[in-house]
Design a protein around this ligand. Sequence first.
Ligand SMILES: Nc1nc2c(ncn2[C@@H]2O[C@H](COP(=O)(O)OP(=O)(O)OP(=O)(O)O)[C@@H](O)[C@H]2O)c(=O)[nH]1
Length: 397
Amino acid sequence: MPLQDLSTSRLTIDRRRAEFADPACEARFLQHCLPERNAQLKTSLLCAAGFYVVFGATDIATLGPTGIAFALIALRVAVALVALGGYLAICRRPESVATSTGASSALLVVALAVFMVVCWYQPGTLPWNVMSQALIVMAVYVNFPNRLGYTVAIGAGSSAVFGAMQVVQGYLKADDVLTLVLLLILSNVLGYLAARRLHLSQREQFCATMLLRQMADRDPLTGCHNRRVLQQGLLAAELARARRYGSALSVVLCDIDHFKRINDTHGHAAGDQVLAGFAGLLQAMTRETVDSVVRYGGEEFLIVLPQTELAGALALAERIRATFASAECRIAEDVDVSATASFGVACVPGMQAAWPLSVDALISAADAQLYAVKHGGRNGVLGTFLFPPPEPVRFGT
Ligand SMILES: Nc1nc2c(ncn2[C@@H]2O[C@H](COP(=O)(O)OP(=O)(O)OP(=O)(O)O)[C@@H](O)[C@H]2O)c(=O)[nH]1
């Protein structure tokens, strides 16, 4: 879903999960903040790799140069390799949310499993282990971007395993067990609150950005793109795409007939309702994520139809014309207004890179057709090719 098509009305945050309620919005949000999230994750992965290996020195210091100490160091190196593998995967697929989430989750699961093994073989350093577990839990919540649900599962799950391990090893007195449990709960609660706040504020910021973008790009009355979007290159981009792939491109310029009369007879507010109704029809009858409807002027709209031949664009314009002409717009109780509209279509069939075509030329051609319809009595559709299809190349005589 392109960012400009993300309606702000769909951006409801489920505060319990700290995610957007609509999965499509959540997916778009994650894609939007992936570069920032990957930058943070890459730093965290490198730190994790470095610290895990460096802390191998404590294994030697505690256990001496024994087989177990070297086995623990080997496990630490394995964690570093998983972290570096995740780092490389993110560098290779920087656009993949799944890769980012996978790298984060894989490292945390492996690192915490190895940490449990290290703690198991070094029960004498319990206070340090508890402190390390609390720090790791904070890092899980704050430094490794992930879904809040996964983070809670990893943080709370590892704390439960760590606590159970200490009880099984039997080095703790009853009051120490209580302190340990409370410390683990505290680190998880603090981490959870920080992570939840971060998740929510990132999404709130995304909503504000989308709202600003919508206000800048959309016409408030009809919800269509405004002229600014056109000037920023919406049609120019479609022309470039058509040129690159040699595909057809059509535009339809349409205008409500005698709209001034509606305003004069029923008032400006009623005119607004007819305008919004017409725009709604244009948006409903075109392809949601492919075509674009632009409010080009007061009661004039431009429809951009990528990969559409003239016959298809004419058929669409005729369908819209007939539907609008037969529809009635309710402007007040028991007051319906009907209107018609005129359509001018211009098409560039299977575009050739050499054709010197501009946005202005395409719109002018559609405008000329619209002008012809208006002068021919209105409520009609006319279209033209901007360039005739090239002559087939003949070989031999
Ligand atoms: N209600 C309302 N009216 C608007 C809006 N924008 C432009 N108009 C009015 O639309 C009318 C357009 O009138 P004209 O350009 O004469 O066109 P027309 O009456 O539709 O006549 P033809 O296009 O020749 O069929 C003007 O009266 C504008 O004031 C708007 O946002 N809301």
